[in-house]
Design a protein around this ligand. Structure first.
Ligand code: SF4
Length: 470
């Protein structure tokens, strides 16, 4: 059979998609990037907030069209939307032939072949021997090191469908990383709902720091980058920071979603902390890791958020001067604890607060990037740009794939660039979120040019701010 996948949501969901593709390919089925050619279509959904739910439903209906116009015989829906609305999906969208929850990935072959899924017996987490077809460009990959979450954030429904926190075995992650590096991967991004809790359920103290140290020591023929995403503020320990500072392979990049800065709002979010406390943490991170880039995200419009709370958040952002920042509008999820809180903020106010915070960050980002003009940095070459055929794209170590800005390459000194190679880039201009520059210096040893074998249909719609005019 030819199977077409649409993968929505976060990189953790993409890894699930890659596992399902791996299981199907191991049984001889073929992946296709054209929905009109697929015999079976699979939509791996996201549902953590309203816009994500809407996108999932729209995509399911879009793929259902191919059952009418294309050769698709079956439409399968998987992922987080199924965990929340399993019965509603089957009742309201008759074109859907089967649904699979996040712990039923191993039933993908059965349901694609027309059979029934096995019930989820236990929380699922893949391992180093699980077949997996990577959909990211060959030079970078995600490794899911844990699943689920034990934090009680009152606005969040993820623990309801991703379950309790559970880590992958230490050696399982190390084995997968070693294999990926041996396959030519240059950059590994460690992911989970909260990577900084890694190993707690395995009896490890500072498990993430130990894991990063071990991964940094993997022998490779080529330079490598190792990054982790989704840190929880009060889990960022001195050992973790010292480990990041001590190893060149560990990129100087810390992603900590603070969510807010007002002690009142953070208390209602059941996250604790406050802006002053976070500023001290940020100061400690920058002192321990010179040149570190900080990414964060905030929620605006949480029930009870006053003008004063929002001002406090703006002052915190002004003081912290983050390198990368995302803003979400509060989403009133009916099964979340915060759904029952009074003092909901009207949508118009939420809209204006989001715009104001993004405008503030645009100014800070531009100023931060301007300081890099004239300097040279090692970059990972991505390939021809989607923005213009006159440009190539590359990334600094402090630019994570798909969520951060990029470096647009509009000139090259020396050999032609190759996707997946490390090169030096001289920054010639700074934009709001991106840089422009010239590739200089010598390339790595020539490698056989290869493109990614499989393309997921419509993979995650990039969350990076709107395309820039050059
Ligand atoms: S840490 Fe993240 S995934 Fe866990 S409950 Fe909080 S917001 Fe949700």
């Amino acid at each position: 059979m030819k199977v077409g996948f649409v993968s929505l949501g976060c990189p953790k969901n993409l890894v699930d998609t890659e596992v399902m593709m791996g299981l199907l390919a191991a049984r001889g089925h073929e992946m296709t990037s054209k929905p009109e050619d697929a015999d079976v279509l699979v939509v791996n959904t996201c549902s953590f907030i309203d816009p994500a739910k809407q996108e999932s439903v729209d995509t399911i209906l879009e793929m259902a069209e191919f059952k009418r116009t294309g050769q698709a015989r079956r439409l399968i829906v998987t992922g987080c939307l199924v965990e929340r609305y399993r019965d509603e999906i089957q009742r309201s969208i008759p074109d859907v032939d089967a649904v699979l929850g996040t712990n039923q990935l191993e039933s993908i072959v059965a349901v694609c072949e027309g059979g029934q899924p096995a019930p989820a017996v236990e929380p699922y987490l893949y391992h180093e021997f699980t077949p997996r077809l990577r959909s990211t460009p060959r030079h970078y990959a995600y490794i899911k090191i844990a699943e689920g979450c034990d934090h009680p954030c009152s606005f969040c429904v993820i623990p309801q469908f991703r379950g309790r926190f559970r880590s992958r075995r230490f050696e399982s992650v190390v084995a997968e990383a070693a294999r990926l590096f041996a396959e030519g991967v240059r950059e590994i991004n460690l992911i989970g709902q909260d990577t900084t809790s890694y190993g707690e359920d395995l009896g490890l103290r500072d498990g993430l720091a130990l894991l990063l140290e071990r991964l940094a020591q993997i022998e490779t023929e080529h330079p490598k980058w190792i990054r982790f995403l989704y840190a929880y503020p009060n889990r960022v320990t001195p050992k973790l920071l010292d480990t990041l500072a001590a190893h060149d392979a560990l990129v100087k990049y810390v992603d900590i979603p603070f969510q807010h800065a007002s002690a009142f709002v953070l208390k209602r979010m059941k996250r604790g902390g406050c802006g002053d406390q976070f500023l001290r943490l940020i100061e400690r991170i920058r002192r321990t890791i010179p040149g570190v880039a900080l990414r964060t995200s905030f929620i605006v419009g949480f029930p009870g958020e006053t003008d004063r709370d929002f001002e406090e958040l703006c002052q915190f952002v002004e003081a912290a001067r983050f390198d990368r920042l995302g803003v979400f509008s509060y989403s009133d999820e009916e099964t979340s604890e915060s759904f029952h809180l009074p003092d909901k903020v009207d949508r118009r106010t939420v809209y204006h607060r989001k715009r104001r915070l993004l405008a503030l960050q645009r100014r800070i980002s531009r100023a931060n990037l301007r300081r890099l003009v004239g300097q040279e940095f090692t970059v990972l070459v991505e390939g021809p740009s989607r923005e213009s055929e006159l440009l190539w794209e590359a990334r600094l170590a402090t630019q994570a794939p798909e969520i951060d800005g990029v470096c647009f390459v509009n000139d090259v000194e020396g050999p032609a660039p190759q996707p997946g190679c490390f090169r030096k880039l001289r920054v010639t201009r700074a934009l709001d979120y991106d840089l422009i520059g010239t590739l200089v210096g010598h390339a790595e040893p020539q490698r056989r040019r290869t493109s990614s074998p499989f393309v997921v249909l419509d993979a995650r719609r990039a969350q990076r701010p709107a395309a820039i005019g050059l």
